[in-house]
Design a binder for this molecule. Structure first.
Ligand SMILES: Cc1cc2nc3c(=O)[nH]c(=O)nc-3n(C[C@H](O)[C@H](O)[C@H](O)COP(=O)(O)OP(=O)(O)OC[C@H]3O[C@@H](n4cnc5c(N)ncnc54)[C@H](O)[C@@H]3O)c2cc1C
Length: 378
């Protein structure tokens, strides 16, 4: 087994590391403080092709593999979780359009997403349907050559700045998940309203809003994934490895901050890094972060190798998000009282970390997915 990255993967990681350090990190605290989506920064990420780098070149992508993408996401997440998440969302929605859109839709939308000029949001969660996605109440009714959508979505990331939203709706409630389809809704479509931005404790500045659909009419070709929701969900499994990579990046950033602080903070006439209690925390964090990274790489590698990776993506997402939670907690502890202040980034990391155990399927839901796979195989 060879754990070395290829020259291209190393180069990709270096590029992302530099960009995260020089461009994203200096803006991260301000984005968090104002909770304002940084459109200019998103365009700069577009200049580097970051929003859709795994897409084929024909649609504006760079055709890079999933592992390279995870390396880039880890680097960006070290600087800012909300900024990085817009890239994970972009890959996910671009993948849906690529896998299920018409050729005309792909040619119109994907190159604009690639350059960062346009953004596509994804609305699945509703006020009454989160983990139980099959119970969504938003409906789509065929009327001549159109679909008419009615309902409400919650937590639609990037809704405030999106040019399209891919919204999940049921065409037959009786069929539960088998009745769910996705629909491409352009901003400005009559009957599509974007609500007020949601005040969040973490991941601030990624434009998450409720969205409303009241007699919202789209052409019939805007239905994506006529095969049904399960097929669509397979595309979404790829995003789960991205969440794991984000969690690894944030955990690593927390570790780096803690290590630097432990070396410089003097108590009892010596750096606190000399106390074994602090060393053990650093050691545990280092081991867990490495293990989370390896699970993430494995899931990405299996995807790149054309192997089934559903369970691996859940392993990575579950473990990395929980490691991230422990890492920010221990890193803040090493900072003592100063960890609670805005003078150090660790308090932002602490607030941002929690989301990884919630979105793209909570930790509990990941355990259900993993258990189902285990039992299926026994
Ligand atoms: C900042 C942010 C951004 C988001 N962005 C998007 C987005 O862009 N698009 C989108 O569609 N959604 C988005 N979401 C929604 C997110 O995916 C959901 O919050 C998540 O799926 C959980 O759903 P819920 O919040 O309704 O919790 P619930 O499903 O109500 O769960 C509440 C608790 O019950 C537990 N639980 C539920 N069912 C079970 C079960 N069967 N067994 C054991 N435990 C269970 C859960 O694990 C959780 O701990 C976002 C959320 C946030 C906070």
């Amino acid at each position: 087994m060879d754990f070395r990255l290829s020259d291209e993967q190393e180069a990709m990681r270096d590029m992302a590391r530099r960009f995260a350090h020089e461009v994203v990190a200096p803006r991260a605290a301000e984005i968090d403080r104002t909770a304002k989506f940084d459109r200019e920064l998103y365009r700069r990420m577009g200049e580097l092709g970051l929003p859709t780098m795994t897409l084929p070149e024909a649609y504006g992508g760079a055709g890079v593999d999933s592992l390279s993408w995870c390396l880039v996401i880890e680097e960006l997440a070290k600087a800012s979780t909300p900024v990085c998440n817009t890239l994970v969302l972009s890959k996910m929605t671009a993948d849906i359009i690529h896998d299920f859109g018409s050729e005309a839709q792909k040619r119109e939308i994907l190159p604009r997403m690639a350059t960062g000029e346009a953004i596509c949001a994804f609305g699945l969660t509703e006020p009454g349907a989160g983990s139980d996605a099959a119970s969504i109440r938003t409906t789509a009714r065929q009327d001549g050559d159109s679909w008419v959508i009615n309902g409400q979505k919650m937590f639609t990331t990037c809704a405030s700045v999106c040019d399209w939203v891919i919204v999940a709706a049921t065409i037959d409630k009786e069929q539960r998940s088998r009745g769910i389809r996705c629909f491409l809704v352009p901003r400005g479509t009559p009957g599509f309203e974007i609500g007020k931005e949601i005040e969040l404790m973490g991941v601030r500045g990624e434009g998450a809003c409720p969205t409303f659909y009241d007699g919202c009419r789209v052409p019939k070709e805007n239905m994506l994934g006529a095969e049904g929701f399960r097929t669509l969900m397979k595309t979404l499994d790829g995003a789960r490895a991205g969440i794991a990579a984000m969690a690894v990046g944030l955990a690593q950033a927390a570790f780096d901050e803690a290590l630097a602080y432990a070396r410089e903070r003097i108590q009892f006439d010596r750096p606190i890094a000399e106390f074994q209690a602090v060393q053990f925390k650093l050691a545990d964090m280092a081991v867990e972060i490495d293990a989370a990274r390896m699970l993430t790489w494995k899931a990405a590698w299996r995807r790149d190798s054309g192997l089934d990776y559903v369970q691996d993506a859940s392993h990575a997402k579950l473990f990395a998000s929980e490691v991230c939670g422990r890492a920010v907690d221990q890193a803040l502890q090493i900072h003592g009282g100063y960890g609670m202040t805005k003078d150090y980034p660790i308090e932002r990391f602490y607030r941002d970390a929690k989301i990884h155990q919630i979105w793209e399927g909570t930790s509990e839901i990941q355990r259900l997915i993993i258990a189902k796979q285990i039992l299926k195989g026994s």
